[in-house]
Write a protein that binds this ligand. Sequence first.
Ligand code: FER
Length: 583
Amino acid sequence: MKKSISALLALSLTAASMTVLIPASAADAALLHSGFESGVDGWTARGSATIAQSTSSASSGSGCLSVTNRSENWAGAGISLDTTTFKPGETYSFSAMVSQSASPMAEHFKLSLQYSTGSAGGNEGGMFPGMGGGGGQQVYDCIAESDAASGMWTKLSNTSYKIPADAQNLLLYVETEGSKVDFLLDEVMIMTEGSSSVDTPPPPTGLLDGDLNTDKKIDKKDVEAMVTFLTTGSGDFSKNVADLNRDGNVDGIDLSLLKGLVLRPETIVTTEATVVTQEQPPVVTTTTEPEQQSGEHMNGKDYMAKVAATMTQNVPANVKTGDRGKTEHFTYMSKKAGHNKGANVWLPPGYDSSKKYNVLYMNHGVMGNEDSMLSGFSVREMASNMISSGEAEPFIIIFPQMYTDPTTEQPGFGFNMDVMDHYDDFVFDLTDSLMPYVEEHWSVYTGREHTAVAGFSMGGRESLYLGLMHPELFGYVCASSPAPGIVPASDSFIPNHLGSYNLDRTARLKPADLKFPDGKLPYLLMIAGGTSDNVVGTFPKEYHQIFDQNGVPNIWTEVPGGGHDGGVGTPLFYNFFRNMFKA
Ligand code: FER
């Protein structure tokens, strides 16, 4: 049985719920208003989902609709719209409030309209897209969409959406993109064109969930306050905003949710990391001088010297927005775990199975899953734009769920060696099961010249570990804010990190083991950390220093004022993507 820090440090709290009042005029004017105060208001489950009226933490009033058991991203909740009230060819204002706390990262939500065109019949307008029988064609149109950060009510709104003139059998529904998180739905309104309903709840006078230090920002200082509380048991903060998942405890899950909020800089007014990095250039160092290149590919030492000279902290804004690739969830049988595991694959715009692609494995932070790196670091957006513009060599991305443990299918929770060893067991799952599955299902090159591994925090640590254990498989290795523990270390989470195991599990790694066999130096080994990272502290820099001491060339970027977030990770991945598969 694993012990978790929540069990050790759980504290009973009374959670305060956030209430937003809807102007009576807006509610009165609505042609449809679902507040879920006393029932499901005519909504039905769509696909596999289960819906129920819930009083857990409504956006407005005391009721909302909970949507669970979603085995497809389109499974959710829907309501039929009658065409006498909602006339095809006319324009209306739509809005809905959504919230999710199941994923620490932001999830992408859509308010959509399913309708049929042409002659009606069969299952059009029904609950199962693609299962209509005969008659007209089914269309699924997005009315409004938005990312919903964990634990925050988010508004999906379009004040001017025209119901297509030939639309019949209208079904309004809420779905997610690329994930199947449970969610809550509230305050769905359809009004006359141009009307605006509920505002996104910014409690201007109250406290934000996660704003532990009450400075009206959710940032690394709040993470720091929660870490201190979890490790020492004391904390000078308003505890009713710390229990983000409303389970009555402030524990590691709330820390993870809070980190998810902080990882989305756009949900925050300003972050210190952003301000400081814009003003001060990052410090980039490399241990190497250029040498003569040899063979078909440059050697790592020469290649890294070349890349180091072009490092930048600036990521053009247009490179960070607009994902035009395709993300698909899949499951594969993990031999090491003894059960199926989930992962996401991202295919670039115009993916063509008659061509071959390089592969990047992108690893998540502690307690994360295969969806965690889909947002917060602009990974898919940068890959889309950089591949399309030719700035990056074409590649596909696999987003794994690292935790590999025969006793549970849940991602690892708790800070102890048992849990950490199961994260490291991904090295077997990856090579025995996931890589063969990827090679069988997508058109990819194999070999170190074509295979990269990158990650954030626990995933950064894992990327270094994978690179060290399998230099014959990974030629490109990148770690953003890597967590401690590959070699013995001590921090407030785990006072005695013993080090990761070697591959035959006979010994744990020591600093002297952080090196590569002759001829197997990575072409690119990049590490970055922020000077204000209060989750992994100076451990990223220590990895860089150990590599330096061992004579292993590496490109180290220190972001002044950078925290434990995408302010460090996004520019690092940008530089990595520009230089992957090009040695
Ligand atoms: C630790 C501190 C932080 C640790 C892991 C982390 C393995 C990971 C943090 C994250 O992934 O965000 O001591 O031990």
